[in-house]
Design a protein around this ligand. Sequence first.
Ligand code: ZN
Ligand code: ZN
Length: 228
Amino acid sequence: MSYKVKLYNLRRVLFPRPCLLCRRGACIHSVPVCKDCIEDLRAVLKEPCRFCGLPAAECICTHNKDVRFLLWYELPVTRKLIAMLKYNAKRERVEFLADRLAALCTGHYDGVTYVPRRPKEKRLYGYDHARLLAEAVAKRLNVPLICTLECHGHIQQKFLSASQREKSMLGRYNAIPEAVLAYPRLLLMDDVCTTGATLRACSSLLREAGAKAVSCAVLAKVQTHYKP
Ligand SMILES: [Zn+2]
Ligand SMILES: [Zn+2]
């Protein structure tokens, strides 16, 4: 064992990482949650789809075939994980989620890209959590992280119908053609998929800019928005 590894292990024993979910207990082994929370994490990863009965990662409902995801957004533990990613994204926490998400993305990609945050959000939190997640997944898939989309800020959506919302979404982003042309098969990532409007709008912008194939992956998907 090298000197560096020994030092790392010693530091972990003296200062255990705080639990990903409760932030109080200390993490055990390689799992980033404490002894009390490990069952919560196992349960949330196994929570069955209310239509096909499979866990989120294996859900076969037709609405899900274009988007890979790990968790159901409605579960309290998922909300905690998303909040952690948004407000306090320590690298090792992102990596735990990226490990599992990357295992679901089995296609052939030339690069991983992401739906960028609004400029105001990025200023507020100091980083783009979708980018952080995409970067960690790209590393695991052995392909580069590419910035292919730009976001122009907020468009008021409250009073818009679903189709108007989708059109307004197209105006919020624009694709960078030079980036897309060099990496024609893309994996597009975001944190949460609600109605799917953002992913659809961004995928079509990427295709218009020259992408040959766009697959999508998110950490969590909202289940209440679809019926088989
Ligand atoms: Zn805990
Ligand atoms: Zn399902």
